[in-house]
Design a binder for this molecule. Structure first.
Ligand SMILES: Cc1ncc(C[n+]2csc(CCOP(=O)(O)OP(=O)(O)O)c2C)c(N)n1
Length: 320
């Protein structure tokens, strides 16, 4: 990229009508060029995750309903998966050998939709149809409207079973694809999660990688207060899984964990990611109140100001 062409701005027009894509066109353009690069650095991934966080805030605010907290907390992991890790064919979205990504805790789908849109699987503008009647982007993903989502979810606790069945089926077909499944700590209060954990180990599903969003928050407050799930790493280990713990906000740790999980073996792998709900927006961070509340106009602007100020620092670095 020609660094002299990158303009930085000190005042941004964050008025209520402007969408993220229009607020600072140079920044949008910068990100759109960045994602074309072959070898994205950790700094590049940080910038992409920042853009995804802006899209999450914007689309949930625009819909006037949705779940910003968990989605923001997962932006780094989904950036890594979509821009570095998953084997997908953009021109052939249902290629037999594609990796499958199953989202179990469907309410955080704003992060998946944003990553898919930035990747080019959906038009970016479509994010603003989120939660509208007739939209492909329902508040909880539905394969009826968006088959690219791979599974329908919203009723918690089912994703690990879906993913285990899929992994078993792929192995029977000698298909080398891997199955990735995102689950949450709140879902670990559901019995079905543990039935699936037992089955995946029993059937030696080495082609299955789980990643757990351990942010200690659920709809009614902190998980350790509502119903303590304890040491989830030890619990999955006891069920016969290979387990790694990692920060969900450090790209080198995320990369290391997903590479470890990809190795050929006869056990399913679970990465227990320590994450912060609302990550990147200080007033939402670790605050259960932002589990499922859309930002109003004032909070949207406050959140975007914070995210754009990080973007400005990144752009200033680029123009040196
Ligand atoms: C089977 C089922 N029971 C209850 C709910 C209502 N519900 C929606 S989100 C949620 C909390 C889930 O916890 P978690 O996924 O850890 O939340 P987050 O980290 O996103 O705050 C609950 C209980 C549901 N969607 N499905």
């Amino acid at each position: 990229m020609d660094k002299t062409q990158i303009k930085t701005q000190t005042t941004l027009n964050l008025n209520y009508e402007k969408k993220v894509l229009e607020i600072w066109p140079e920044w949008t353009e910068y990100i759109q060029k960045l994602i074309q690069k072959e070898n994205l650095s950790y700094e590049d991934l940080k910038a992409i995750a920042l853009f995804i966080r802006m899209l999450i805030v914007d689309m949930v605010a625009h819909a006037k309903s949705g779940h910003p907290g968990g989605a923001l907390g997962l932006a780094d992991i989904y950036t890594y998966l979509y821009f570095k890790h998953l084997k997908l064919e953009l021109k052939n979205p249902f290629a037999e050998n594609r990796d499958r990504l199953i989202l179990s805790h469907g309410h955080v789908c704003a992060v998946r939709y944003s990553a898919m849109a930035l990747k080019g699987i959906l038009p970016l503008e479509e994010l603003y149809t989120f939660r509208k009647i007739g939209s492909r982007l329902q508040g909880h993903p539905s394969t009826r409207y968006l088959p690219e989502a791979e599974n329908s979810s919203g009723s918690l606790g089912q994703g690990l079973s879906t993913a285990s069945g899929l992994a078993l089926g792929l192995r029977l077909q000698k298909n080398p694809a891997r199955v990735f499944v995102g689950i949450s700590d709140g879902e670990c209060q559901e019995g079905m999660t543990w039935e699936a954990a037992m089955a995946a180990a029993h059937y030696q599903l080495g082609n299955l990688t789980g990643f757990l969003d351990y942010n200690d928050i659920q709809i009614d407050g902190f998980v350790h207060n509502v119903m303590n799930v304890g040491n989830l790493a030890e619990k999955f280990r006891a069920f016969g899984w290979l387990v790694r713990e990692a920060s969900g906000h450090d790209f080198s740790a995320i990369e290391e964990a997903f590479h470890w999980a990809n190795a050929d073996r006869e056990k399913p792998a679970m990465i227990v990611f320590r994450t912060t709900l609302g990550k990147g927006v200080s007033f939402m961070e670790n605050n259960p109140g932002w589990h499922g509340k859309p930002p109003g106009e004032e909070d949207r602007v406050k959140a975007l100001k914070e995210l754009f100020s990080v973007a400005q620092k990144q752009m200033e670095k680029e123009s040196i």
